[in-house]
Design a protein around this ligand. Structure first.
Ligand SMILES: [Zn+2]
Length: 187
């Protein structure tokens, strides 16, 4: 339901037979009529109810909406035809909805992360990449993280001969396994 305004703002009718409610869709340049007019007799009107000889009855529109809005509506509706009206999805050039383009409309973009190209490198196995990404954003599932959200556990790592407290730094840097590995890499 939260996405309905997004859908309305990103779609538009290509009017042909005019079987579309005048009230609910973007026939004004900025927003639908319901955003500007109180509900009234025009709320149930379909465009085809206002057509005379394939064009909108501007006198009736003016009576309902006033001169200025009538011009806007007529300019946006275009020509009528005998085929079905088509609802166009504006983010795509061909007007066809797909979930990929919808995702780009609703996604929240964070500032670019400088090291992303290094981490999401095509030569790295995905499970390593995901682990690195979680480590960078401090969401690796280590004991310290579990404790920080209120789960009372006694921390004991699996990487040292005498078990230490498992936090991010220990797992990736200070623990026996990690420090031996780093030593070999830099030897
Ligand atoms: Zn350890």
């Amino acid at each position: 339901m939260k996405c309905i305004p997004v859908l309305l703002n990103n779609s538009n009718w290509k009017v042909r037979e005019g079987n579309v409610r005048l009230w609910y869709y973007n026939f004004l340049s900025s927003r639908p009529l319901f955003a500007e007019f109180l509900e009234g007799e025009h709320s149930q009107i379909r465009l085809k109810d206002l057509v005379i000889d394939n064009v909108l009855d501007d006198e009736e529109l003016q009576r309902l909406l006033g001169l200025e809005k009538t011009d806007e509506v007529i300019g946006r509706v275009g020509k009528f035809g005998n085929s079905e009206d088509v609802l166009l999805w504006l983010p795509k050039k061909d007007g066809c909805f797909n979930t990929k383009s919808a995702w780009y409309v609703i996604r929240v973009r964070l500032p670019k992360f400088g090291r992303a190209k290094w981490i999401w490198h095509k030569c790295l196995p995905k499970k390593i990449v995901v682990c690195m990404w979680k480590a960078v954003f401090n969401c690796l599932n280590v004991d310290e993280k579990v404790r920080s959200v209120g789960v009372p556990i006694i921390s004991a790592c699996n990487c040292c001969s005498s078990r230490g407290i498992e936090d991010l730094d220990h797992i990736l840097n200070n623990g026996d396994f990690a420090s031996n590995l780093w030593r070999k890499v830099f030897a």
